[in-house]
Design a protein around this ligand. Structure first.
Ligand SMILES: Nc1nc2c(ncn2[C@@H]2O[C@H](COP(=O)(O)OP(=O)(O)O)[C@@H](O)[C@H]2O)c(=O)[nH]1
Ligand SMILES: [Mg+2]
Length: 233
């Protein structure tokens, strides 16, 4: 299988088995419907991906805490089982719905489209999708997002971008998360950034810690700028 830098609309295109191609074509059709819906309502849609345990839900909580007085934010979160993450995020005072995939390792556009009527999009500035935690399957499914943001935790080892290139290739931003643990781990931010940029030279990178707040202002400023751009579009 060859991997090419794809456009957002063609993110799901995989040059391998025919069944995959057909499945992803159907996915991309629905992803475009979602994109149009977001454009109509001027809602910024961000797809958050990472390995399990990299800090996605904690970042949603932290972002809600930082931005909830400035914008209206909501989340949909995918996991194989349980509603635990949605409950955690709702405790931050924002709308969060859980998509239980029942064993499927990624979210598909059809799943997002099905829960979309639960959200009053015309009142929502920023909608996050917290994807199922792994660096493989979610990379191939366009969910109609404006931006894809991948967390790369310091606890995972700094060799992941070259091992799981499709995820980094299709992302717009890499957040190097849990930076507060850097003094205790054999993890090089320089090495992970170099590898990630070799996979995708357009990738933006911010180092963050939800625990001590490093990089959180920069992350929130990035979001506010993208929201502004969306609302002016
Ligand atoms: N040290 C540290 N731990 C974190 C940070 N963010 C999240 N965690 C912890 O990492 C674990 C997994 O976090 P979670 O947000 O559930 O990850 P998710 O599976 O990607 O949603 C939890 O025990 C969090 O408390 C961080 O910035 N620093
Ligand atoms: Mg989570």
């Amino acid at each position: 299988m060859s991997i090419e830098k794809s456009t957002k609309a063609a993110r799901g295109t995989v040059q391998c088995e025919n069944t995959n191609i057909n499945l992803l074509k159907a996915n991309d059709y629905v992803a475009d419907i979602i994109r149009n819906e977001m454009a109509k309502n001027k809602t910024l849609l961000i797809n958050i991906t990472s390995s399990a345990g990299s800090g996605k839900t904690t970042l949603m909580q932290k972002t809600a805490e930082m931005l909830k007085d400035k914008i209206t934010m909501a989340v949909m979160v995918g996991d194989l089982e349980t509603e635990r993450d949605a409950i955690r995020i709702r405790e931050s005072g924002i709308q969060a719905l859980q998509i239980v995939t029942g064993g499927i390792c990624h979210l598909e556009a059809q799943m997002i489209h099905q829960v979309l009527p639960e959200y009053k999009l015309e009142d929502i500035d920023l909608l996050f999708i917290e994807n199922v935690g792994n660096l493989v399957c979610p990379a191939s499914f366009d969910l109609g997002e404006d931006y894809r943001v991948t967390l790369m935790a310091t606890t995972e080892g700094d060799d992941k971008p070259k091992k799981y290139p499709r995820m980094f290739l299709t992302s717009d931003m890499m957040l190097v998360s849990k930076s507060d643990l850097l003094p205790y781990l054999p993890f090089s931010v320089e090495a992970v950034t170099k590898d990630a940029l070799e996979v995708n030279h357009e990738l933006e990178v911010i180092q963050i810690s939800a625990l001590n707040g490093e990089g959180i202002d920069e992350w929130c400023d990035w979001l506010l700028e993208k929201i502004q751009q969306k609302q002016n579009s």
